[in-house]
Design a protein around this ligand. Structure first.
Ligand code: PEP
Ligand code: MN
Length: 337
């Protein structure tokens, strides 16, 4: 259920409604918007009667939310959410590019790539320190040492850093070092991890599970918001289909679908979405054109010797050319780069 406050309702009135909701043993999420404050209610086991709240001071209307997800829905918050990642705004006017290696391998590799992507116009640096690998024998990441290297790359370039947490233990560490916590496709429905991310004091980038429907994707984001962390960015990274010419099938139609149903920003990751270096630039251009709020792109200074995802990593030169293309495309869809 959603309580919509009158335009100009006072802070005291909002607090009065929050207290009334909590007195029923429910959780109240006050979400200020440009026009009015909305208060989402979660924690109810069955249907709630609107009459309990309708006559409270400052209340305009009480509406039932039609979707299973509430806090992520546009019904609750009509305006786009802008997520602040270390000072970089995702979901606003700018098309934000997150770039970097799949995995942090060495100090030199990470700093070299960070400098190149920064010079080309990337706004955030990515790199995995904890890697969820299909094989237990594959490189699993440098762990905390990787986070330290990322922090050095941030100090050297000024780029805020995005890195994945694979479990609750690594999330504790990632929260300390990173500017945004990535939850990967394989963990999209790890509900205890999502709840932990919802209690984190850092923004979260939530990647779509490899066979997740849009509703499942939004429900996973709902887990994070329901714990009080409203700084969530979605990321489409391709889903499994019968199509066998690429690693995954990048579902670009999900971008306008998310925009219709949710106020959360959405990035597209054409690297994991295609798995093939030669397909990353065309799908990146398409992602910008379809209205994505940004892109996440893997870049490596020596992709053929990368310890993970070399086949889909762009060389710095390819990345530079892509950024030039995006500078031309972004204004067509009302964005800047
Ligand atoms: C990654 O970003 O390196 C990654 C592992 O992505 P995904 O979770 O989308 O597979
Ligand atoms: Mn990768």
């Amino acid at each position: 259920m959603l309580i919509v406050m009158r335009q100009g309702a006072s802070a005291v009135e909002v607090e009065g409604v929050v207290n009334a909701v909590e007195s029923h043993g429910l959780k109240a999420h006050a979400i200020p918007g440009a026009q009015r404050t909305a208060i989402g209610i979660t924690g109810n086991k069955g249907a709630l009667e609107p009459v309990a709240f309708e006559s409270l001071p400052g209340v305009l209307e009480v509406i039932r939310v039609s979707h299973a997800y509430k806090l992520v829905s546009r019904e609750v918050k009509p305006e786009d959410t802008i997520v602040n990642i270390g000072g970089v705004l995702v979901g606003g006017h700018e098309l934000v590019v997150v770039a970097g290696p799949c995995a942090v391998e060495t100090h030199e590799q990470t700093l070299t790539i960070a400098r190149r992507v920064k010079a080309a116009g990337a706004r955030l640096l990515r790199g995995g320190a904890f890697k969820p690998r299909t094989s237990p024998y594959s490189f699993q990441g440098l762990g905390q040492q990787g986070l330290e290297i990322l922090a050095e790359a941030r100090a050297a370039t000024g780029l805020p850093i995005v890195t994945e947490a694979v479990d609750e233990q690594s999330l504790d560490l990632v929260e300390r070092y990173a500017d945004a916590i990535q939850i990967g496709a394989r963990n999209m429905q790890n509900f205890s991890l999502l709840r932990r991310a919802g209690r984190a004091k850092k923004p979260v980038i939530l990647k779509r599970g490899m066979s997740a429907t849009l509703e499942e994707f939004l429900m996973s984001a709902e887990y994070i918001l329901s714990e009080g962390n409203y700084q969530v960015v979605l990321c489409e990274r391709g889903v499994r289909t019968f199509s066998d010419f690429s690693r995954n099938t990048l579902d670009l139609a999900v971008v306008p679908a998310v925009k219709q149903l949710s106020h959360l920003p959405i990035l597209v990751d054409p690297s994991h979405g295609t798995g093939r270096r030669d397909k990353v630039a065309p799908l990146s251009r398409a992602s910008a054109a379809v209205g994505a709020d940004g892109l996440m792109i893997e870049v490596h200074n020596d992709p053929d010797r990368a310890l993970s995802d070399g086949a889909q990593s762009l060389t710095p030169e390819m990345f530079e050319q892509l950024m030039r293309d995006l500078v031309s495309i972004a204004p067509v869809v009302g964005r800047s780069l």
